[in-house]
Ligand binder design. Sequence first.
Ligand code: TYM
Length: 495
Amino acid sequence: MTEPEPPAVAALSLAETSTAPATKAIEQEINPWDVQAATDDQGNVLEFDYEAISKKWATKLIDAELLARFERVTGHKPHRWLRRGLFFSHRDLELILDTYEKQGDFLMYTGRGPSSDAMHIGHTIPFEFTKWLQEVFDVPLVIMLTDDEKFLFKEKLSQPEVYQFARDNAKDIISMGFDVKKTFMYIDSEFLSSGFNRHFSLNATEFEKLVTNNQVRGAFGFHGSTNIGSNAFAAKQCVAAFASSYPFIFGYDTKTYHRSAKLAAMPCLIPCAIDQDPYFRLVRENCNRMDQPSPKPALIHSKFLTALQGAGGKMSASNPNSAIFMSDSEKTVKNKINKHAFSGGQETLELHKELGGNPDIDVAYQYLTYFEDDDEKLVKFAEEYRKGEMLTGDMKKECIGMMSKYVKKFQEARAKVSDETLEEFLLPRKLEWKGNPKVERKVEVKEEGKEGGEEGTTMGEDGQPLTKNQMKKLAKAAEVERKKKEKEAAKAAQA
Ligand code: TYM
């Protein structure tokens, strides 16, 4: 997502100046590269209207009934972000619950576009939530790092730069506590040129053939001068939702030409903020047209954690004061909240005590609603703030305490993520998960010569299972190749 543009000022004729508004109201714009809140005819930036976007894109709002079913099926109280409506919308989450009840597992998929070396707190939301969902469902997860996407869409970024960002961001994500046994993470430029990507590539090429220029232009607002890489990129983010793109995760043959129809049929759940939905509408529209059809991936969408400047603002790496970054020091966190967090309090202490504040637009309170687990404490803060008993400074102090703790915990974990740990996550391999404990896992018996390898194995070129050592050797070769490419790219950048 890019920096919001300032509202366009409507040209006024002389006759209009006395009665017409000073600016033209602008509708909100939400897409994967551009998120702008609406402005009214006075040029005021408005809050995002999430119900409107859900209606426009025909997603379903998450309601109490769905949350009750979630709790019944999983045996887990819904996460506070579900209870508080921060993950507010979905597509086919009911079908995922059906699958979990009947079949016991499915694939989870999320990702990050590495546009800078540090992630802000907003970016951590889908990952924290994904980790929680993975713990609840105990299912395999893939995390895609789209360095290719960021190179194609960001004019100023070079390939070596985005690749390095991807590695740094991958370490950030790992430090949120993902389980390496159940999680495969990949950097596009690396995985898509490795020996393990054949089925992913076949899926991507097939998908590229199904989608026309008009479809991607409609979905993403591309035009004739958009580079051809950007036009084609969507296919990659889309087929990443097909389990058949990752045969090794399930112990299937990676070298055979033929993709597994059984894996293609595996349902997928994608947690993300609502801006990523246009990609997945494209895959939902076309997945049943694949030679080996996949079900429409299910989605669970979050709202945007607001920028420090308040409602309608967007956190941006190019404006350090718009967001708290996971690399910020305790002092910076404190200063940013004190200086830049928009306050819902009154202008003077007297007025605040008399009229009370508005927690709904108070950024410090909004951040607390994300990170404070105690529902009662939050209700108490909101009530006291409204009555003017709790002051802006008190609210900011609570927020500083909470955010400093969150960032510090992250940084401590991040310091422990080594290159070796990263390589473990990046290694294509069979994952281990248990799924729904109430569903008996069927051990599949495959006929000779049919798709797939035996459960628990990854197959080599000769169709024989690879041993752990062979897998390690392959990974080492891939690492040597990667380092070679890295050096070449750095040389080219210097030249
Ligand atoms: P990216 O890097 O823009 O964002 C990564 C994830 O963070 C979400 N997000 C936010 N969530 C809450 N508050 C915010 N302020 C905020 N800003 C961003 C995004 O919705 C996303 O979930 N093309 C993608 C990378 C990708 C991906 C995926 C994302 C590839 N496959 C599958 C989600 C699911 C991107 O550039 O994300």
